[in-house]
Design a protein around this ligand. Structure first.
Ligand SMILES: *Cc1c(COP(=O)(O)O)cnc(C)c1O
Length: 405
């Protein structure tokens, strides 16, 4: 068998939607992007959703929108994809890393200890599609003492009057806590639509705006949309209409809009996300859990509770009592048997850029511990029951092979 890690989901409906964009005479930002934004609002119930060309650029835009700059601190987990920290660095601010809990999410007690008068934003990450403890995080930023510490230095900071909670929901579209969808759990939520994510546009991201009053989410959407288009008052679509040529540049924007031809892929996927694609992911996730629960060496990822529902983005299996080398050996054995697995994630303090900035993995012992025994198994709608059986058997063989040495 040869099982890839995460091929995109492409069916005839998706091909048809892309072809319809190609044949329409309009391929960059226009009606398909608008339709995708509407579908995201329908799925998550957020008041406003804005498509951009990646999660990373969306995060940079929102940090800039909140006036984050040199001297400011943004709290993030040490265990995430680097983009979480890179967006902060691009604004000149300092990523303050926090260790994680055994469910891979940011340790809320340690998070609170890291808050200073320079803290402007907290960026929790819903690793593998498992939502963070947002009840606790939202409560912390609203505590009197924490609010008193907050030093606003930008109009939007004055307006909010506290630390902004911006969730990295790159993995968690469709997850929920107590029936509240990701998107409504924090002030700002950003989904990634990168090729390996649950819903994809090849490259892309969606910013969900859920700002409390006195913010007007529709006004912020209009402002931010312009900021994705070089601060130009008219998008190319309206400018292309007869007589619509005059425009103005009113702000120093970025150029990070999503093209329609890519939005078409995500549009056809999201229409069948809740009714089909997410259910298929859950089917695979549950099959893994059922099969793996019979092996004493397997530590299963967090399982849905009555309140918390995952988006089943990754199956983050951990192996009890193995070290990093044994994990690597297991992956080599599994790969030699035709199954592509992965590791999510190499903690950022182990990567060259962050080591150079002075971060040390010794300061994040649980991030290292989880990383060293983690193997992400393939999970996507196209996987068959037989393939999942084969993957689990291959992992069991790998364990026996590596541990008997
Ligand atoms: C994929 C990913 C990102 C980056 O998404 P892009 O759309 O590629 O910029 C950010 N955070 C996490 C946790 C991710 O997995």
């Amino acid at each position: 068998m040869n099982i890839p890690f995460s091929p995109p989901y492409i069916d005839q409906d998706i091909i048809n939607e892309v072809v319809s964009s190609l044949e329409s005479g309009w391929i960059t930002t226009g009606p398909k992007v608008k339709a995708l934004e509407e579908e995201v609002c329908k799925l998550t119930k957020v008041p406003q959703a804005l498509c951009v060309n990646s999660w990373t650029s969306g995060a940079m835009l929102m940090l800039k929108w909140y006036g984050v700059q040199a001297g400011d601190e943004v709290i993030i987990p040490a265990y995430t994809y680097s983009a979480t920290a890179l967006a902060v660095l691009h604004c000149g601010a300092t990523p303050v890393m926090v260790d994680i809990k055994d469910d891979f999410t940011i340790d809320v007690i340690k998070l609170k200890e890291k808050i200073t008068s320079n803290t402007k934003v907290i960026m929790p990450v819903d690793i593998a599609g498992w939502p963070c403890d947002y009840d606790a995080i939202n409560a912390i930023v609203n505590e009197g003492e924490i609010k008193a510490l907050f030093q606003p230095s930008h109009a939007n900071q004055v307006k909010l009057g506290r630390i902004l909670v911006l969730s990295d929901a790159a993995h968690s579209i469709g997850a929920s806590i107590s029936g509240i969808e990701t998107g409504l759990l924090t002030d700002i939520t950003i989904f990634s639509l990168h090729a390996v994510k649950n819903v994809t546009t090849a490259e892309g991201g969606v910013i969900c705006l859920n700002l409390p009053s006195p913010f007007n989410n529709e006004e912020e959407y209009n402002y931010l949309r312009r900021m994705t288009l070089n601060g130009q008052t008219k998008d190319a679509f309206s400018k292309s209409k007869a007589g619509g040529w005059r425009y103005d540049i009113v702000d120093l924007g970025m150029k990070i809009n999503m093209p329609d031809v890519l939005a078409a892929i995500g549009l056809a996927q999201i229409r069948k996300y809740n009714s089909q694609l997410l259910l298929e992911r859950k089917r695979i996730f549950d099959q893994y859990s059922e099969l793996l629960s019979t092996y004493p060496w397997a530590k299963l990822p967090p399982q849905d509770t009555a309140n918390i529902k995952s988006s089943y983005h990754l199956y983050a299996l951990r192996i009890h009592d193995i070290d990093e080398q044994q994990r690597d050996d297991m992956i080599n054995y599994i790969a030699a048997n035709g199954v592509a697995v992965n590791v999510h994630f190499i903690p950022m303090p182990m990567l060259t850029l962050f080591k150079g900035l002075g971060y040390k993995i010794e300061d994040y012992p649980n991030a290292y511990k989880q990383y060293s025994c983690e193997i992400s198994l393939p999970i996507y709608p196209q996987l068959t029951e037989l393939q999942v059986d084969y993957i689990v058997k291959t992992v069991e063989n790998a364990y026996q092979e590596v541990l008997k040495r």
